[in-house]
Ligand binder design. Structure first.
Ligand code: IPE
Ligand code: IPE
Ligand code: MG
Length: 250
């Protein structure tokens, strides 16, 4: 039986988030430079987008560069930024043709000017696309995102637009960069590390977390479908007991 036929088409996650990890280790194990791992990782991104279109996944959020990644060697940072510009310029036509919208989270103004410009152009060009939204997390820190939302909430209070008692989870979530994006049902982190590394701390509250040993450049269609199969075997209880979930599903 093919892998894809094992999937329950009625239970495909709407939003899948990825911590794309292991590019460096993958390259090292092949005696190659880390950047070779990053460029091979772009091929995985392309395959995941394609498969997501096929399966009907509506949102993908991909952690591509954390605020902590500025601590890496300068040549690696430069290589990553160049790769980003190259990937966008190579892929924007195809993305647009396939009805994919590009969004970003993180402080993209802090990226080199050419990265910022090419991201803005690609976002503008694809802004009306509706099949799939690809959210790239770039220069992203979840703690910073939460702090910024807190500062905005404080401003609303100073301007008497809301009182402190009126601040709800919904209002707070609307001040995050992910406003208008549903929380992910599934987070996949490749390469064996079992940590969140400052990614989507608010949004992942009830997300199913899936950690796989596969390095990101090897994470292709089969691994992705296999991960969704594993997700579909989980029971999402949201604080309830199993019997309640079974009753609502019947
Ligand atoms: C993930 O792969 C890509 C980025 C963080 C930009 P890594 O570069 O972290 O690869 P490892 O973890 O060193 O193997
Ligand atoms: C997380 O990977 C960030 C991205 C995938 C962009 P890292 O490789 O930077 O994470 P740590 O430092 O091992 O937690
Ligand atoms: Mg890593």
């Amino acid at each position: 039986m093919s892998l894809i036929s094992q999937l329950d088409k009625e239970n495909i996650p709407r939003h899948i988030a990825f911590i794309m990890d292991g590019n460096g280790r993958w390259a090292k194990s092949r005696g190659q430079h880390r950047l070779f791992g990053h460029s091979s990782g772009v091929e995985s991104v392309k395959e995941i987008i394609k498969t997501s279109r096929e399966l009907g996944v509506e949102y993908l959020t991909m952690y591509a560069f954390s605020t902590e990644n500025w601590s890496r060697p300068t040549d690696e940072i430069e290589g990553l930024m160049n790769l980003l510009v190259e990937a966008i310029s190579n892929e924007v036509d195809e993305m647009d043709a396939k009805n994919v919208r590009l969004l970003t989270i993180g402080n993209i103004k802090g990226l080199p000017g050419n990265c910022y410009d090419s991201l803005c152009q690609a976002m503008e060009r694809t802004k009306n696309n509706t099949a799939l939204t690809l959210v790239l997390a770039l220069n992203y820190s979840a703690r910073q995102e939460i702090l910024n939302a807190s500062m905005q909430a404080h401003q609303l209070m100073l301007q008497s637009k809301i009182s402190p008692e009126e601040l709800t989870e919904e209002i707070f979530a609307s001040l995050l960069q992910t406003k208008e994006i549903p929380d992910p049902e599934l987070l996949i982190r490749t390469s064996g590390e079992c940590r969140i590394s400052n990614f989507l701390l608010w949004q992942l509250s009830y997300t199913e977390l899936l950690f796989t040993e596969t390095h990101w450049p090897d994470f292709r269609r089969e691994a992705f479908i296999d991960a969704i199969c594993k997700y579909q075997k989980r029971e999402r209880r949201f604080g309830m007991v199993s019997e309640q979930i079974k009753n609502t599903n019947e």
